[in-house]
Design a protein around this ligand. Structure first.
Ligand SMILES: *[C@@H]1O[C@H](CO)[C@@H](O)[C@H](O)[C@H]1NC(C)=O
Ligand SMILES: *[C@@H]1O[C@H](CO)[C@@H](O)[C@H](O)[C@H]1NC(C)=O
Ligand SMILES: *[C@@H]1O[C@H](CO)[C@@H](O)[C@H](O)[C@H]1NC(C)=O
Length: 387
């Protein structure tokens, strides 16, 4: 017997009384277990044998939901933005608008560079470029023959370039070969493409204090927002744009909290193309963010596979075209996920399908002027072509 054991003499006495047996320390533990099991009904054992695997399977199916639902307990929300009120009416002069924001109007507007990494959003690109065209000096577009997840992808812009004749004299186009490194974190490929975009911007001739918009193709600043920022002096060096979030089409208005798009007064050697938070200032109500706004069901499938978060396609049936069509018409979630929020109030408030919105007021003008062609983006048209 070890010295340590003799110290626990008192506890042993208690153990020995439990089952009325004399035993060594190890054997005692075993017998205690047996004595516990003896007390449990065999039926309970069977129920447990079934319940535990069912519970584990439930965790496997819905584990993501459980962690998301409990997020308010383990995650804290990012620091809130300082939101600048945004004033606009088409009949108010630029001098007055700048003044309302606390800025002075310039004698001539800044040059504007709109730079995007293009994946496969041809229709949304048409909306974007038509919306911004009157204000943009140079359009910069980079496309890769690889998705962020290293799947080969056709050069869709190159193949449809003829549709964008109106920007041709102002277009700097770049193509980059993917690295096709299997198993690599998709964010590495994405970062690599963003560095290439910095080079492309220099080729396009960007200079100090030119305005540069950094956003995904589907984050569309409203034209008047860019016009305001190019005409006013003293705007912040980096300002985020708060956009209205839509899903699948302008029928599903999710919230107003899209914040990743930003506008920069370019500083050579300092400004880097990025898509994360880069300042604390955000301009309210500055445009639209239409995620998964595709014409064809096949594009949904492609995007779901090519997405940076591929772990979200947890089951193959998520890619079933009929399921995708049903999800779109219901306004439900393609990945069957819970809302990513930080308070129980917001999670519960956003659970279930997104309510239908029948307002097509204040949407991009080009969309309303070409409503027949882009019908699927407007309220009341959730059926998609199979493509
Ligand atoms: C806007 O201004 C134009 C020209 O000054 C004027 O004809 C029009 O009635 C104004 N619209 C509104 C809604 O005030
Ligand atoms: C992607 O582009 C690069 C550079 O042009 C080329 O070397 C590579 O073969 C292309 N890969 C595919 C899968 O098209
Ligand atoms: C978004 O903001 C607008 C204007 O402030 C408001 O009318 C609308 O209800 C908001 N929509 C959602 C879904 O939060």
């Amino acid at each position: 017997m070890s010295g340590g054991y003799s110290n626990s003499k008192k506890t042993d006495d208690i153990y020995e009384k439990v089952c009325g047996q004399q035993a060594s320390f190890a054997a005692l533990t075993m017998s205690r277990l047996r004595c516990m099991l003896r007390g449990i009904d065999i039926r309970i054992c069977i129920v447990l044998l079934i319940a535990i695997p069912v519970f584990m399977f439930g965790i496997y199916l819905h584990g993501q939901k459980i962690t998301y639902f409990l997020r308010p307990l383990w995650g804290s929300p990012p620091k809130p933005f300082h939101e600048i009120p945004h004033y606009y009416n088409e009949n108010v002069t630029m001098e007055r608008l700048c003044h309302l924001h606390g800025w002075k109007v310039r004698e001539s507007p800044r040059r504007v560079f709109d730079a995007v990494l293009f994946n496969n959003e041809i229709d949304i690109l048409a909306l974007r470029w038509n919306e911004l065209s009157p204000y943009v000096t140079q359009f910069v577009l980079l496309e890769s023959n690889s998705t962020f997840t290293s799947l080969p992808k056709p050069l869709l812009f190159a193949g449809n370039r003829h549709q964008f004749k109106f920007v041709e004299p102002r277009l700097t186009y770049g193509m980059i070969g993917g690295r096709f490194k299997k198993g690599e974190n998709p964010f590495v490929e994405e970062a690599y493409q963003r560095v290439a975009l910095d080079q492309l911007l220099r080729i396009a001739g960007i200079e100090e204090d030119d305005l540069l918009t950094m956003s995904d193709v589907d984050e569309i600043p409203s034209g008047h927002t860019i016009n305001l920022l190019r005409w006013c002096d003293d705007i912040p060096p980096v300002i985020h744009l708060q956009l209205r979030n839509y899903l699948y089409s302008f029928e599903y208005h999710v919230d107003n909290k899209s914040w990743r798009a930003s506008v920069h007064r370019y500083k050579p050697g300092k400004t880097r193309y990025a898509h994360y938070r880069q300042s604390d200032i955000i301009l309210s109500d500055s445009g639209w963010h239409c995620s998964f706004c595709f014409r064809y069901v096949s594009e949904f499938i492609f995007k779901m596979k090519a997405y940076s978060h591929t772990d979200r396609v947890r089951f193959p049936h998520y890619l079933n075209p009929k399921r995708i069509q049903d999800v779109i018409c219901k306004g439900a979630d393609l990945f069957d996920m819970l809302p990513e929020e930080y308070t129980f109030k917001e999670i519960i408030g956003k659970m279930g399908p997104i309510p239908h919105s029948y307002s097509a007021v204040h949407l991009p003008a080009y969309l309303l002027n070409n409503a027949e062609k882009y019908k699927y983006l407007l309220p009341g048209n959730c059926r998609r072509e199979s493509g």
